[in-house]
Design a protein around this ligand. Sequence first.
Ligand code: AMP
Ligand code: MN
Ligand code: MN
Ligand code: MN
Length: 283
Amino acid sequence: MQGVDLHTHSNISDGTLSPEQLVRAAGEIGIHTLALTDHDTMDGLSLAEGAAKDLGIKLVSGVEISSQWSRPATKKNYGVHIVALNMQHPEPLLALLEQQKQIRAVRAKQICDLLIPLIGEDIYADVVAKVDNVPDRVTRTHIAKTLVEKGYVSRAQQAFDKYIKEGKKAYVKFDGLGLEETIQVIHASGGFAVLAHPTRYDLSATNIRYLIEIFAQFGGDAVELPPAVEPLGTRQMVDRMIAEHGLKVSVGSDFHGDNMPWIRLGNIPRVKEGQAGIWESFV
Ligand code: AMP
Ligand code: MN
Ligand code: MN
Ligand code: MN
């Protein structure tokens, strides 16, 4: 499915292009249907609309929600990203995002506080400066970048591995809304709920299958197809789960600009015979 990208980030969260620059970049490579899906915020949408109109690009409202689910068998809570697309009346979702933003702002400060004894410096002011001093836009990507710039690590990935990923001393869980409620609020806003990057949560195959199963049970609409870099067996397993549960598919690059230069805008997986694209349901 050429010309569609339903998972992208701008500098309103942890991308590097402004929403307007993102739309222009999409126009240059022939994208006709684009969703801006920043983390827990839809603040970039209005900034992207003018350029999209100029270029005749269908700009789909979107957001990537930090949600969570649990598996009774393991008694563990897992983070999961739900991409909400094409909201027709976004008010219920916007109310939820206000809570998510608060969680994000508080967590940014908590992570920086936990880093103080580890690096001997409070980097909070520098971190928040990366997002126009709006604390509720801070992601761990910004914290990782700040740690690189200050010389505490040499690459962003190292900041995650050493300090801020799960299990490390400055990790703070994102205590977001549960999976079922997230899907309900998206539907109450007239949008579609998409399970983002199912193979990127460090889950066992059994847990990926369980996650897709409960996502479908809770009324989720579509699953993102994993990128071609994932092992064939994993991609086929996701394809089987999508078919088994009658889910649609979504396609997105998860573009982050220069923060993840190896991901190219518009680079999306191939849709297989018999799979129904969620974009075909957009009004
Ligand atoms: P947050 O929502 O604040 O937890 O930040 C999540 C973002 O950090 C993700 O969208 C990725 O862009 C990035 N990220 C998460 N985990 C890693 C990791 N292990 N290595 C590099 N980047 C990561
Ligand atoms: Mn991100
Ligand atoms: Mn994500
Ligand atoms: Mn993303």
